[in-house]
Design a protein around this ligand. Sequence first.
Ligand SMILES: [Zn+2]
Length: 300
Amino acid sequence: MVALDIGHTRVIAAIGDSRGNLVASERREMDVDVDSTAALDVAARLISAVSTMAGSPVIAKCVAAFALPIEAESGRVRASVGLSAWDGIAPGDEIFKRTGIPTHVENDALLGALGEIGAGVAAGKRDVLYLKVSHGIGAGLVLGGRPYRGANGLAGDIGHIKVAGRSELCRCGERGCLEATISLTSIADQIAATHHGAEVPFGAHDAIDAVTSRILQDAGRELGAVVAQVANLLNPECVVIGGTMATAHATFFEGIQWAVREYARPTIAARTEVRLAALDGLSTLHGALLIAARTVVAAR
Ligand SMILES: [Zn+2]
């Protein structure tokens, strides 16, 4: 099985065995958003490299994760102005053309949820909200034990929920989106702006100053306030924070926990576990390998 995780700034390919266990992976940093052809070419080359590494040329199925809205009926990306290089592209067909491997395309956050349910912090849970917080923000929903994709496969676009009192311009062309204020890109910009352009490390155990701490706390609380509203609506058992920001300083995560306790209904908040993803940035790949393994086994 092959899994692809195509984000905004990197492409990762992995090989898994027939039970969905990860065997080998390769990644390449690149600006995925500006050139869809280049990103798909890189994906095909990484698949070839990783299958050579794993010594396993027999590939049954590819499941590809995208951080882009993909319409279920057509399998085509429906992107906004800022992602025009991808609009109308059918990534599954493009990967099949390049590799000859049948490819199924899914939303990356939904695969993240399935990965964490299969082998991470949400093991055995049936109602899970997974948030992928990286350069964009997406939500994956598993409700009553089943993936929830919505009427057209476009569910989970939480990054473009409007935040009251905010007017920052978002790459989607609207103003005041959650993603425009609390994505990795926006937080890094805020830290650079307050530290004379210096890149301040904000890993989980780094020492951070009061200004960086405030930026991370506010971002966590702003995200948590939106999560609280979603929790009121869906009553999830578990909210999992994944993506690059899952490894940021604990102040960010504590901000999310604080706001869920503060703003969700008390009876909901008391029963909602808010956890960090356990699969070390690989939740999506694990979910993709699990789906690939399941569909191949089911077809046999
Ligand atoms: Zn937006």
